[in-house]
Write a protein that binds this ligand. Structure first.
Ligand code: SF4
Ligand code: SF4
Ligand code: SF4
Length: 205
């Protein structure tokens, strides 16, 4: 078996971030493969092509797709039945590539060109209004590589956005705590001054 970096392995994966391989996304699966802790046939979206690519890269024999990790399906993109959508935003929160647009209590829509077909938006939808119609999709190796590159860019961009929002929330919380501490300190000082004045007043009687 050849020693290969997780980054090089990750570059061969479809980047749908669907977690069907049993890991938290493509990169964690790549890391497990780099450490020889996972088999090469755990990625249904990658199908036979990805297994062959991984076998060649890692210098291991080809293994057929393992059905335990899910069936290999034809390309599909999510479609929201906008008449039934209640605008809860749960699908937006689940989508790893920000392929859904919509606001609270407004209907939501999938940007078909950005959707990887990962299906992660389906389970959280409380009204079951998301379906996965099959598309002509990306069928050639070049199309699949381009789609994976786009998905990776969007996934990383989403992660940066989530981190930025988390940092901003933490900064707002810290500022609110500082303000509360300042108000408490001022009240303590004012009380101390009031007590001192009262003592002086009583002595002056
Ligand atoms: S695309 Fe493949 S490697 Fe990536 S998360 Fe899905 S199953 Fe795992
Ligand atoms: S819209 Fe749904 S199926 Fe498409 S990428 Fe987002 S979560 Fe996955
Ligand atoms: S999870 Fe379902 S109901 Fe909620 S916004 Fe998405 S499509 Fe609409």
């Amino acid at each position: 078996m050849t020693i290969v970096s997780a980054e090089t392995i990750d570059a061969l994966l479809p980047q749908t971030q669907c977690r069907q391989c049993g890991y938290g996304g493509c990169r964690p699966y790549a890391e497990a493969l780099a450490m020889h802790r996972a088999a090469i046939n755990q990625c249904p979206p990658g199908g036979e092509d990805t297994i062959r690519d991984l076998a060649a890269l890692l210098g291991v024999p080809y293994e057929p797709p393992d059905p335990v990790f899910g069936a290999i399906k034809p390309p599909a993109v999510a479609l929201i039945d906008e008449q039934r959508c209640i605008g809860c935003t749960l699908c937006i929160q689940a989508c790893p590539v920000d392929a859904i647009v919509g606001a609270t209590k407004m209907m939501h829509t999938v940007i078909a060109a950005e959707c990887t077909g990962c299906e992660l938006c389906i389970p959280p939808c409380p009204v079951d209004c998301i379906s996965m119609p099959v598309t002509v999709g990306n069928t050639t190796r070049v199309q699949k590589k381009n789609a994976a590159a786009l998905a990776k860019r969007r996934f990383e961009s989403r992660n940066r956005r989530l981190q930025r929002e988390k940092d901003e929330r933490a900064a707002r919380l810290a500022a609110a705590k500082d303000t509360a501490a300042e108000i408490k300190k001022r009240a303590t000082v004012e009380k101390a001054i009031a007590r001192a004045r009262e003592r002086l007043r009583q002595r002056g009687r």
